[in-house]
Design a protein around this ligand. Structure first.
Ligand code: GAL
Length: 680
């Protein structure tokens, strides 16, 4: 996760143009609503290519990602390119009116490359050097790798500049490979010298006096290797920051050569979500012409829908509210805990529409055709192994036919009155070992805030610490463990000038070097909240605490002393658990325990009402998702019924673009159905 920093979401704060606006021209090459998937014709004989074209046309496919892992096919020997097959594929696509998101294949260097450049293979923290045989096997800091990436990107751009199928550059695939080799170490030291200035500052920032880690020369500083016991948290955090920046630099190098040869073709890379990913997407967002995400929910049941909505809101926030693209999702399966569960009829459409409702310029999949072999032979595809005469493909065709009806929503925006303040660095810091409770999860805290606001019918943006929050009535701050002084001051001035905040436990604890702020928690927000926490009291496993008003706290409690705030909820001991303090023209609330969903929802309801934040529609039935999109002269309501039975939604008047039917005050949606109503 999380939200835009020096990226577009923050761009307004910096007085720059948000990506969604400034990038509009360069996005003209994209279909209004992109529909398609990763297309791997190199895995199939030519006879199949013809069938692919016919079936893609039948499905309404208009954009496919080509060549994502094709390096060994494109360059079978160093410097010897074989473009003939790709020429043919791109010509076929163009002839069939299908665009290409042409990939640079750098996520999977060929075997010859690994053998020629063993120093470009990644090294794990235990010193094991990996080798080819899978994918993503590269050291992003290795000069031979970086040079080869630029070379192959340039060769592709030279060859296909001006090709009618070329609509988008898809650089690499899901940047994310960790490396701890000598090249990485050298680059890390350079990055550290620039960030900290000198060794003395580094020692101070990393608190190296702890456990005798003081560095007296730069060459003693390593890319954190496996350690005997807990590693230095500030070093680990800086290494993640460095890895993100190093990969970003690699992306920019490729983007530069592509831009030079094809100035009007947008360039992106697909962001992958997950706490294993050493990439700060919010920071990267300003580098891509369109934010593109891959999304694979990991939960079944409603969790999958709520994860879908959250990832889409994240992507829109990274894109500064402008267009973004769901470039990968699974068509007919949800992969949960080692099982590939079939999506019930209509679920693929609902997931796709949830993304589109929240600003995606289309719905794309991994992958077009299910492969016969290879590691992902059992992954979902638009066209399953069984072929076109299947329910899954029929749904793909049906949805492809419906999409053009939604074209009129293009360019409209999603407005949110509630934001979640979120930061991947806080997440990285909170998930480190050696914390007071390993049960406290940043991801879970963020997901709860999003889920609860969503169930109450609110649309939510994500905002980065330090961003301009003035357009929001209410800002939720779930467990923002790490925060800089400047970002904390920004939040305080937001409240001062009328904003409302709901801050949850274990926020504002550490500075940007993961050093604990002393003098009482939550150091950075003590004055804003008018409290002083003198003791953290995580709960033993399975224990809960029932507050005086019946609300249930889990995982965590604190000893809270009031210093200007009033207690609005108390622990059984009578000590304050939930507090409220008016500050300036706004209000700051604090939750010192992890309330369960019901309890958090109650606090959210009070905070939202006091702030004036209104749901998209009042009285929304359970399991119904609504998003309003507006443009200068029109408004649309996306309504998704995730329940298995009919839901009636009142207060809706207009025409449903999907069914073509008029809606006169009440929308009756059968279980699993969706509507996109142009409002009157
Ligand atoms: C994505 C990746 C694809 C494919 C897919 C399977 O993360 O970009 O190449 O592996 O996952 O879910």
């Amino acid at each position: 996760m999380i939200a835009a920093k020096d990226g577009p979401g923050m761009a307004e704060r910096d007085g720059k143009t948000p990506v969604g606006e400034g990038a509009r021209d360069i996005l003209a090459s994209l279909p209004v609503l992109a529909y398609g998937g990763d297309y791997n014709p190199e895995q199939w004989p030519r006879t199949v290519w013809r069938e692919d074209m016919e079936l893609m046309r039948r499905a309404g496919v208009n954009l496919v990602s080509v060549g994502v892992f094709s390096w060994s096919r494109l360059e079978p020997r160093e410097g010897e390119y074989d473009f003939a097959w790709l020429d043919e594929v791109l010509d076929l696509l163009a002839a069939n009116g299908i665009g290409a998101a042409l990939a640079t294949p750098t996520a999977s260097p060929p075997p010859w490359f690994s053998l020629a450049h063993p120093d470009a293979l990644p090294v794990r923290d235990d010193g094991t050097r990996l080798t080819h045989g899978s994918r993503d096997t590269y050291c992003v800091s290795a000069p031979p790798y970086r040079e080869a990436c630029v070379r192959v990107a340039d060769a592709l751009a030279e060859r296909y500049a001006g090709h009618p199928a070329l609509r988008l550059w898809h650089v690499h695939n899901e940047y994310g490979t960790w490396c701890h080799c000598g090249h990485t170490e050298a680059a890390f030291r350079r990055w550290l010298a620039e960030r900290h200035g000198g060794l003395a500052a580094l020692n101070e920032a990393w608190t190296t006096a702890h456990w005798g880690q003081i560095y007296s020369a730069w060459d003693q500083v390593n890319a954190p290797r496996a350690t005997q016991y807990l590693a230095n948290p500030a070093q680990l955090l800086d290494f993640r920051r460095f890895t993100s920046e190093e990969m970003r630099a690699a992306f920019r190098e490729q983007k530069a050569v592509l831009r030079r040869r094809t100035p009007s073709v947008p360039v992106t890379t697909n962001f992958v979500l997950g706490d294993w990913v050493p990439v700060d997407h919010a920071r990267w967002a300003s580098d891509v012409d369109i934010v593109a995400i891959d999304h694979y929910p990991s939960g079944d049941g409603r969790a999958a829908e709520e994860q879908t909505a959250m990832s889409a809101d994240l992507a829109r926030s990274w894109a500064g509210g402008g267009k973004w693209l769901l470039i990968e999702q699974a068509a007919n399966l949800v992969h949960v805990d080692g099982r590939a569960l079939a999506k019930a009829p209509g679920r693929m459409r609902r997931h796709s529409l949830s993304h589109i409702a929240r600003g995606s310029a289309g719905a794309m999949f991994f992958q077009w055709r299910a492969p016969r072999g290879g590691s992902e032979r059992w992954h979902a595809a638009m066209l399953p192994h069984a072929g076109p005469d299947t329910r899954a493909f029929e749904e793909v065709v049906e949805f492809g036919a419906a999409l053009p009806d939604l074209a009129e929503t293009d360019g409209s925006r999603v407005d949110a009155e509630v934001a979640i303040l979120a930061d991947v660095e806080a997440s990285w810091a909170l998930s480190q070992p050696g914390m007071p409770s390993s049960d406290l999860s940043y991801e879970a805290a963020i997901a709860q805030a999003h889920r609860v606001a969503g169930r109450a019918g609110h649309t939510v943006d994500f905002a980065a610490p330090g961003a301009d929050l003035s357009r929001y009535r209410l800002v939720l701050v779930p467990s923002l463990y790490l925060v800089s002084d400047a970002a904390a001051a920004g939040l305080a001035s937001y409240v001062e000038s009328g904003g409302h905040v709901l801050i949850s436990c274990f926020s504002g604890i550490a500075d940007e070097h993961t050093r604990i702020r002393t003098g009482g928690h939550p150091g950075a927000f003590r004055d804003l909240l008018g409290i002083r926490v003198t003791e953290l009291r995580p709960l033993p496993e399975g224990e809960r605490v029932v507050l005086d008003d019946g609300r249930v706290g889990t995982l965590w409690t604190e000893e809270v002393r009031l210093a200007g705030a009033e207690a609005t909820g108390r622990y059984p001991s009578g000590e304050p658990a939930i507090t409220r303090k008016p500050t300036g023209r706004g209000v700051a609330r604090y939750l010192s325990t992890c309330l369960d969903d019901e309890g958090y929802a109650a606090e959210f309801a009070v905070a939202a009402a006091e702030s004036g934040a209104a749901p998209v529609l009042p009285g929304l039935p359970e399991d119904v998702e609504v998003v309003r999109r507006t443009s200068a002269g029109a408004a649309w309501l996306f309504v998704l019924n995730h329940a298995g039975t009919e839901r009636r939604i009142s207060g809706v008047r207009g025409r449903d673009l999907l069914s073509g039917k008029a809606v006169d005050g009440e929308l009756a949606l059968p279980g699993g159905e969706c509507a996109v109503v142009r409002l009157e």
